[in-house]
Design a binder for this molecule. Structure first.
Ligand code: ATR
Length: 302
């Protein structure tokens, strides 16, 4: 069974047919339905369609969100299709976030810096490539009432997610940032790029050595596709540290073991679900100009 159907049922929401939904919206909107697409491969496990469609439903908006599994050789045609079919926009997911930069008409500053697009807005035929991952992360921090201002932050990783998060952190806060990465050169390249756009001083460090200075940091953010090196976790558990918050942008069962160990020594943890929610909230706001029902969208991710 498809994951999305199970989720709808679990949520105990009424599943409307397209005919019912169009009819339901008629009284509120005489304009034709608006469509937003998700392009990726695979897409069938994505929670975005249900997250956006239940928000459209709750606001009685005549909008629909559809997921399309795109062949990588047809990506350009799919993106052109946004204009041809007058979609309001799209989300882009793996593996196309970088490639799609070449097929939009313009990039926002965020998307340009990150080198990746997760949201396209079709402004009367002009496709704007944007990226809401970094600001989604910042909105997640605000929602969780986490203070970043003047804090000493360690970011693990220097890939796409780290670029998005570090850019938004440095643009929004006065904080002291260190980037640790397996390949030190990649951390140094990111640091240089960030210093150029923010005019702030940022440090880089080898990932396998950073456990030695772990007590310097108030907040640690893991953007790696794997658990942080065990020596980092061991140092946090066995020594007295300043670290109060540990964030991992992944979510699911894989985090439970090391999160539990950190929580036992009173370190607060946050996983990537809230970031996922708020990158969606930001995309929704950019397409519709309307604030979505965040609690309802959150239920779709549970
Ligand atoms: P994303 O876009 O999701 O951030 P990415 O751009 O492929 O993914 O970046 C992956 C990051 O995780 C990089 O910082 C990478 O380190 P390198 O620059 O040395 O390649 C890091 N990474 C990936 N696998 C890792 C592993 N097994 N151990 C440590 N770091 C890893």
């Amino acid at each position: 069974m498809e994951a999305s159907y199970t989720t709808i049922r679990d949520l105990k929401l009424k599943v409307y047919t397209t005919k019912e939904r169009t009819h339901m919206h008629e009284e509120n909107s005489l304009i034709k339905p608006k469509i937003v697409a998700l392009f990726g491969n695979p897409v069938k496990h994505s929670l975005s369609p249900i997250m956006h469609n239940i928000a459209f439903d709750e606001l009685k908006m005549n909008w629909f969100y559809f997921a399309f599994e795109v062949d990588k050789r047809k990506l350009e045609e799919a993106i052109t299709g946004i204009k041809t079919m007058d979609f309001r926009g799209a989300n882009i997911t793996v593996p196309f976030k970088k490639q799609v930069c070449d097929f939009v008409d313009r990039l926002t500053n965020e998307a340009h810096f990150i080198g990746a697009v997760n949201t396209i807005i079709n402004n009367e035929g002009e496709l704007i490539g944007d990226n809401t991952d970094g600001f989604g992360f910042v909105r997640a921090l605000i929602a969780n009432k986490l203070n970043i201002e003047n804090e000493k932050i360690l970011l693990l990783g220097a890939g796409g997610a780290a670029r998005a998060i570090s850019y938004s952190l440095m643009k929004n806060y006065e904080c002291d940032l260190t980037i640790a990465n397996r390949t030190l050169l990649n951390a140094e390249l990111l640091t240089q790029d960030l210093e150029e756009v923010t005019m702030k001083n940022i440090k880089s460090y080898p990932l396998n050595e950073v456990f030695r200075i772990i007590s310097n940091f108030d907040i640690i953010i893991n953007t790696l596709p794997v658990d942080p090196p065990p020596r980092i976790i061991d140092s946090l558990i066995n020594n007295s540290n300043t670290c109060q918050i540990f964030i991992d942008i992944r979510y699911g069962k894989m985090l439970s073991k090391y999160f539990k160990a950190l929580e036992e020594v009173d370190i607060k943890t946050m996983d990537g679900k809230t970031m996922l929610l708020y990158q969606g909230v930001l995309s929704f706001e950019k397409w519709t100009g309307v604030k979505p029902p965040i609690k309802t969208m959150k239920r779709a991710l549970l």
